[in-house]
Ligand binder design. Structure first.
Ligand SMILES: Cc1cc2nc3c(=O)[nH]c(=O)nc-3n(C[C@H](O)[C@H](O)[C@H](O)COP(=O)(O)O)c2cc1C
Length: 231
């Protein structure tokens, strides 16, 4: 596929045909993803491919609480877990989560409730001893460390697409990191970054909704004029 076209059309996929993803294919995908950029080339990523059904169900159970909180906060018009937010509004919003969970339990369930059934489940970790987190000491929420892991995840998703596969990066289980670490024997110095679901897509979304460049790019100052061309 054309690179630009691929970058513009690789949407999140959560519905898969049931055929498994052979380890050989997973290996090929990871073999490409490992060329992702990362701070100091320390390659802090670690990956666990989770095949055991009990472990998969364990991961699903750790995913669900975050998912229902996410839905509750979204329904209240909040950006879930934004580092800068109205914490009181958040506390009020998540009170609706148990009702959302109960309603979901009555229905057929979606991606979250069936997470254990996706063809391939990859837990992506970060070795904190290898993460060049230059904003570590700033008096604000840190985000640079993740930038050494998530490009790897994105490369993984792009490499999967080249194999006729698709998927989604998820982070809900990070709300329950201690549980994930206990489940998968992950030591203290290793953090949980994401769970990636992969498989053969029922449908590959290609018309993605994103803001135009002018909405997020300005000249010289954050409140400067939007970067515009061709006017
Ligand atoms: C850091 C990050 C965390 C995400 N976490 C989840 C998640 O926990 N569950 C999920 O279903 N999708 C998750 N997503 C997928 C986003 O929902 C998706 O990228 C976004 O809605 C855009 O979807 P689109 O590319 O299909 O337009 C996550 C994506 C990113 C980049």
């Amino acid at each position: 596929m054309d690179l630009i076209e691929t970058l513009r059309t690789t949407g999140a996929v959560r519905d898969f045909h049931p055929d498994p993803v052979p380890d050989e294919v997973l290996h090929r995908i990871l073999d490409t993803a490992r060329f992702a950029p990362n701070g100091g080339n320390r390659q802090a990523w670690r990956v666990i491919t989770v095949a055991d059904p009990d472990l998969r169900r364990g991961l699903r159970d750790l995913y669900l609480p975050g998912w229902y909180d996410y839905l509750a906060m979204g329904a209240a018009g909040l950006t879930p877990w934004a580092p800068v937010t109205d914490r009181d509004a958040e506390t009020r919003a998540v009170k609706a989560a148990p009702a959302i969970a109960a309603a979901a339990a009555e229905g057929p369930g979606g991606f979250a409730e069936h997470l254990d059934e996706v063809p391939a489940l990859l837990v992506v970790l970060a070795d904190l001893r290898r993460l060049a987190a230059v904003d570590r000491d700033l008096p604000r929420y840190t985000l640079v460390g993740g930038a050494s892991i998530y490009p790897f995840v994105w490369s993984l998703l792009l490499a999967a697409r080249a194999e006729g596969l698709a998927g989604v990066m998820t982070t809900m289980v990070v709300r329950q990191e201690a549980g994930v670490k206990a489940l998968l024997d992950i030591p203290e110095h290793v953090a949980v970054a994401a769970v990636v679901a992969l498989g053969r897509p029922v449908h590959q979304p290609t018309r993605l909704r994103r803001e135009p460049v002018e909405a997020f790019t300005t000249v010289d100052r954050l409140d400067g004029p939007s970067l515009r061309v061709g006017e």
